[in-house]
Design a binder for this molecule. Structure first.
Ligand code: PRT
Ligand code: ZN
Length: 293
């Protein structure tokens, strides 16, 4: 294998968006992973003080190429960009932020029944590769107009009949008199890595992934503390999954216990309601910072 000294001197270089929608969440994620970085304004690169990580600030569109070329070892970028750029990089982990969808939209007044209605239309987009693949899959011939920004105004100025663009709240489409008719892709930010990392870099990547996964799990779970009358304990415990099983501690008041557990966000409100109905009182819900199973 390799000597621990090499690992000691080895660095991982990560590319993140310089400014834009993914910048703040990328920095926040690194911070939540316990990595201190000093991201001064207008800096193009910086170093972490407590993890062997060098950070490059780039335009998101360039990140897949930099990672493929090995200028950066890993990067954080939207899945939409990864698929559009179609570079041979690996998705190491989806990160749960920057969520959006790439959709087809047409003017509100246009009747739309199925994707076949796109046949022979002019579609404006900044995602010609993903759009062309989608059209091919559905055997549709359309004229793709590649434009780099403000795609949603294209139908209004007569440049296109439809658009294919990113949507999150839908308000941009609404304000431009458009309606979303097909979701082509659901996207979120992902950590990508070069296909040929050195073994020492792979070790560092695994270390980083371990931390990212702990942060992600913590975000999806809540720590719950509640008081339960002892005669209802069995019923209440049955409702709580916990990491192994709930912790039960006697309260100073006779006949009552304190129950501690971890609940997944998806099932959270349903379980809280059932707990109340089963006699739980004084329910406290606390965020978890890191969760290592
Ligand atoms: O300068 P650089 O090239 O780095 O940045 P950029 O301007 O190309 O990208 P940026 O910062 O706008 O977005 C970066 C990434 O954020 C995208 O690649 C997506 O992965 C993700 N993301 C998430 C979004 C959105 N949500 C989003 N809503 N990217 C863009 N939008 C735009 C969309 O294009 C449309 O104009 O927001 C508008 C629609 O938003 P709603 O809320 O009105 O539906
Ligand atoms: Zn971009």
């Amino acid at each position: 294998m390799f000597s621990p000294n090499i690992v000691k001197n080895m660095k991982l270089r990560i590319a993140i968006q310089k400014s834009g929608r993914l910048h703040d969440d990328s920095i926040k994620l690194l911070k939540e992973c316990g990595i201190d970085i000093n991201n001064g304004v207008n800096k193009l690169k910086t170093e972490a003080s407590n993890f062997p990580l060098e950070v490059f600030f780039l335009r998101d569109d360039d990140i897949p190429q930099y990672v493929e070329d090995g200028v950066a070892d890993i990067g954080i970028v939207g899945e939409n960009v990864i698929l559009e750029k179609n570079r041979p990089v690996k998705i190491a982990e989806k990160l749960g932020f920057g969520k959006c969808r790439l959709s087809l939209a047409v003017p509100k007044s246009v009747e739309y029944n199925s994707v076949k209605d796109m046949d022979k239309l002019r579609i404006a987009t900044s995602y010609p590769v993903i759009l062309q693949n989608f059209l091919n899959e559905h055997n549709i011939t359309a004229e793709i107009h590649e434009i780099s920004g403000s795609v949603e105004i294209a139908p209004g100025i007569g440049l296109a009949d439809a658009i294919c663009d990113l949507v999150s709240s839908g308000s941009t489409l609404f304000m431009n008199g458009l309606k979303e008719v097909e979701v082509i892709l659901k996207s979120e930010a992902a950590l990508i890595s070069n296909d040929n990392l050195l073994p020492e870099q792979e070790v560092l990547l695994q270390k980083l992934l371990f931390r990212i996964q702990a942060v992600k799990k913590a975000k999806n779970n809540k720590y719950v503390l509640l008081n339960a009358p002892n005669d209802k304990l069995k019923e209440i415990i049955a409702l709580l999954p916990g990491m192994k099983s709930p912790t039960v501690l006697p309260l100073a008041e006779e006949g009552w216990s304190s129950v501690h557990s971890v609940l997944n966000e998806n099932a959270f409100w349903d379980i809280i309601e059932s707990l109340k109905a089963a006699g739980a009182q004084g329910i406290l819900v606390v965020p978890i910072e890191k969760m290592i199973i």
